[in-house]
Design a protein around this ligand. Structure first.
Ligand SMILES: [Fe+2]
Ligand SMILES: [Fe+2]
Length: 276
């Protein structure tokens, strides 16, 4: 089985010609499935773009949403619209709404949006002001002194859902592929070959997902976990534990690509052609 991994395509920034080129490029890799780790588009456009992808690629589309996918809308409304579309269209699979998906003998896919959850780095002294706070209703309609608690809650909610999915994976699983938008560790949060500092980390690391992954991997030493994520638009690979590796994908606005091909054979999962 070959999965084309795409991250942060930000399709609202893509011209119609480049969109067609991108989908031709995906088709030419003849994937059995597509896996998108968020920032597909923005809230008023994401369902349309997901439908367009499903129509143009003759393969199931597995995905999570990124922070940009909620712009011009609210988190709950966007998720509701995306869940409705995914339940209506067989080809669309919103992993945040789904349990573990078997990919091959002993190999499972789970996914969760994740959020820069202000648990890592220094939120209070950071100079970073993401557009999230202006463009997502949940923040726009909340006073700034409550933002940190909201970020914490979004990370905790994601981690709780991920925990339930990991608990649902059969105990004899040998490999789990976890798709999420936000890097779960500071060590996997890349920018031009370096990892993030205390200013950026609160918004670019989902610490609660990281904590859940470490606890799971320590508890199940015979099961490998490979995490794929995006959000930073800069790529890198981080090995956190012997059985826990995180691949972070790159992206350029207006120029969507294919981050890597994930090849799955019986009991083996390999990430090929990762550009790093
Ligand atoms: Fe992005
Ligand atoms: Fe993002």
């Amino acid at each position: 089985m070959r999965i084309a991994w795409i991250t942060d395509p930000h399709l609202n920034h893509v011209s119609s010609r480049d969109w067609d080129q991108w989908s031709d490029c995906i088709a030419s890799t003849q994937p059995d499935a597509l896996l998108i780790t968020g920032d597909v588009s923005e809230g008023d456009d994401v369902v349309l773009q997901l439908r367009r992808i499903a129509d143009s690629v003759a393969a199931p589309v597995y995905f999570v949403l990124g922070n940009h996918d909620f712009y011009q809308s609210s988190i709950a409304r966007t998720r509701q619209n995306v869940i409705a579309a995914s339940r209506e269209l067989d080809a669309l699979n919103y992993l945040t709404d789904l349990g573990p998906i078997p990919l091959a003998e002993g190999i499972f896919l789970v996914g969760e949006d994740g959020w820069g959850d202000a648990t890592i780095g220094n939120f209070e002294d950071s100079f970073i002001q993401l557009n999230d706070f202006k463009l997502i209703d949940d923040f726009r309609e909340t006073s700034a002194d409550l933002w940190k608690a909201k970020l914490n809650q979004l990370g905790a909610d994601s981690a709780a859902r991920l925990q339930a999915k990991l608990d649902a994976v059969p105990v004899d699983a040998t490999h789990i592929l976890v798709a999420t938008h936000v890097p779960p560790f500071r060590e996997s949060c890349w920018y031009e070959g370096k990892t993030t500092d205390d200013n950026w980390a609160p918004f670019f690391v989902c610490g609660r997902i990281g904590q859940t992954l470490v606890e799971f991997c320590q508890h199940c030493p015979d099961c490998k976990t490979t995490v794929i994520c995006g959000h930073t638009h800069h790529d890198g690979i981080a090995t956190l534990l012997e059985n826990l590796t995180v691949y972070t994908g790159a992206a350029v606005y207006g120029s969507p690509g294919i981050e890597a091909v994930i090849e799955i054979t019986a009991n083996q999962l390999r990430i090929q052609n990762h550009r790093h």
